[in-house]
Design a protein around this ligand. Structure first.
Ligand code: ATP
Ligand code: MG
Length: 259
């Protein structure tokens, strides 16, 4: 596949979706894989976390609602080989407005199709908001692969069934028959607690094939980086978090044959 779309989703908030979207994208770009990060969260954390200014009218809101093209919304980032389609608050209106349009589930996919065809990028990473609403559903309908981030904490597995059921619905409804479960990325692992270990063991027990070997540690540096508008590689390239995201990226490149 020339340019797979990876949608990072989990309806649970604060489980490392955006941190993973930013640092996975940046690490792919560092491997000379031209990458596009699409910020689908009205909070715009991926946009600001990369040090990109939010601009009024610059998001996929217009294109998804039938006004303008996605390519007009692409902006450069401070990182070579990494572009972004930013988000801004308008995107939130999609949750209430999009339902009125025919084929509302596949609007995002239709928007991104020309970008995919153009062969400018070798990977598109989509960061979803913490809800299984219109934006995330469109994210799933546009995806080749669903990547789920899971925080190594109590009840981590509870929400997993729900998003996997939604994935099956998107497939069986015909909105995206080809959608594949790309894998589970376990985040915020705390080696000092038994609970983190237990979660990893349990997830690997259920999802042996899908679980990435790399587990992202809980790290203060990872939490700090976005407030400086920097990836972990620019903020602290030798931190445990940077090492983990590099290692995850190697697995992603291998699993999906991105090189
Ligand atoms: N491995 C980590 N170690 C420490 N802090 C982290 C780690 N990963 C993410 N964080 C921090 O935890 C918070 C939530 O992370 P993040 O924004 O990536 O989650 P999210 O799933 O995108 O959240 P939301 O659902 O609100 O979009 C952020 O403040 C982030 O900086
Ligand atoms: Mg987020």
């Amino acid at each position: 596949m020339s340019c797979p779309i990876f949608t990072i989703a989990n309806q649970k908030g604060g489980v490392g979706k955006t941190t993973t979207a930013i640092n996975l994208s940046a690490a792919l770009a560092a491997e000379k894989i031209p990458t596009l990060l699409v910020d689908m969260d009205p909070q715009g954390n991926a946009t600001s976390g990369l040090g990109v200014e939010k601009e009024e009218g610059v998001s996929l809101y217009g294109p998804i609602m039938g006004n303008g093209k996605a390519i007009e919304m692409v902006r450069e980032t401070p990182i070579a080989n990494l572009s972004i389609i930013p988000s801004e608050l308008d995107l939130a209106v999609i949750e209430t407005e999009l339902g009125r349009i025919d084929n509302y589930l596949i609007q995002l996919r239709n928007c991104l199709a020309p970008l995919k065809k153009k062969n400018i990028y070798k990977a598109i990473i989509l960061d979803c908001p913490p809800a299984l609403g219109m934006l995330s559903m469109n994210g799933l309908a546009a995806a080749d692969y669903l990547l789920i981030t899971l925080q190594c904490e109590y009840l981590a597995l509870e929400g997993l069934g729900q998003i996997l059921r939604v994935m099956e619905q998107i497939k069986s409804s015909g909105a995206n028959k080809k959608l594949k479960f790309g894998g589970i990325i376990m985040t915020m692992f705390d080696g000092r607690t038994k609970l983190s270990e237990q979660v990893v063991t349990e997830v690997r027990g259920h999802f042996k094939k899908e679980s990435f070997k790399t587990v992202i540690p809980r790290s203060i540096r990872l939490g700090e980086a976005p407030s400086f508008g920097q990836t972990i590689f620019d903020y602290d390239n030798y931190s445990a978090g940077a090492k983990a995201y590099r290692s995850l990226t190697k697995e992603v490149i291998k699993r999906f044959s991105l090189k």
